[in-house]
Design a protein around this ligand. Structure first.
Ligand SMILES: Nc1ncnc2c1ncn2[C@@H]1O[C@H](COP(=O)(O)OP(=O)(O)OP(=O)(O)O)[C@@H](O)[C@H]1O
Ligand SMILES: [Mg+2]
Length: 234
């Protein structure tokens, strides 16, 4: 579904990604692992068209998307939930959600999509008229994911969905990821906790200082000597 070949991204003189190639197949949940500054957010922002690659190729559903504007990429079925949630603090939860469905095909399904995300996250239905800033961290993350889903993506990329959340909320969001995946949404998410991420994924990739250093089935990665030594300390 997503194929990235030899991707390089530069910020001025600083090169953040070096020849990164990876694939995500339809129906998968894949995690992108790596320490702070590894280039994880850079990678998914390049896929979304928010950052222009210096080199490389990005294909979505068999067609090149590098160079396309973000709204065009969203229309093709790819949606990104950014780091830090990025809600509009002084708009209601419902208005924030509706903003996720402004592209044409999604707009026609707005009411149905709202119903879908309220069913996925019942707490958001309760909070629909509340201003976004007044939500708890967990509720904000749920609202950010729900907004991403309002565009009815076939492919959802989520940047650190579990950051700073209590275990119970982490579990709620994990369940949602499994559920939407079961409903046909392919998922790529970023996470630094190796065990948590691989436990929730079919496959994973490990990025370090802009280089892809490992990739494979979640179970194999968890058992690999390198991951065990460096990331799990065992
Ligand atoms: N707009 C920018 N201008 C210059 N350098 C940047 C910019 N954005 C990111 N970088 C640098 O690129 C590298 C990769 O950043 P990126 O945000 O992709 O990492 P990350 O893996 O998502 O890290 P984190 O886990 O902290 O979110 C870092 O060294 C960062 O300082
Ligand atoms: Mg990041």
């Amino acid at each position: 579904m997503l194929r990235i070949r030899d991707l390089e991204v530069k910020y001025g003189d600083f090169q953040a990604l070096w020849g990164v190639s990876l694939e995500v197949h339809e129906g998968e949940v894949v995690c992108l692992l790596g320490p702070n500054g590894a280039g994880k957010s850079t990678l998914i922002s390049a896929v979304s068209g928010l950052i222009k690659p210096h080199k490389g190729r990005i294909e979505f559903r068999g067609e090149p998307i590098d160079g396309l504007p973000t709204h065009e990429i969203v229309t093709r079925g790819l949606s990104q939930v950014m780091e830090q949630r990025r809600l509009f603090p002084y708009l209601s939860v419902e208005k924030n959600l509706v903003l996720g469905s402004f592209q044409k095909p999604a707009r026609a399904r707005r009411a149905e999509s709202l119903e879908w995300v309220f069913e996925l996250f019942p707490i958001l239905r309760e909070r629909r008229n509340q201003l976004a800033y007044s939500l708890s961290g967990g509720e904000q993350q749920m609202a950010a994911i729900a907004r991403g889903l309002m565009s009815r993506p076939k492919f959802l990329m989520v940047d650190e969905p579990f950051l700073g959340l209590a275990p119970l909320v982490v579990q709620t969001i994990l369940n949602i990821i499994q559920r939407i995946n079961g409903e046909g949404v392919t998922v790529l998410f970023i996470e630094q906790n190796v065990q948590l991420a691989l436990g929730a994924s079919h496959r994973g990739y490990l990025l370090e200082s802009g280089h892809l250093v490992a990739g494979g089935a979640a179970k194999e990665l968890l058992e690999s000597e390198m991951v065990r030594k460096v990331y799990l300390g065992i």
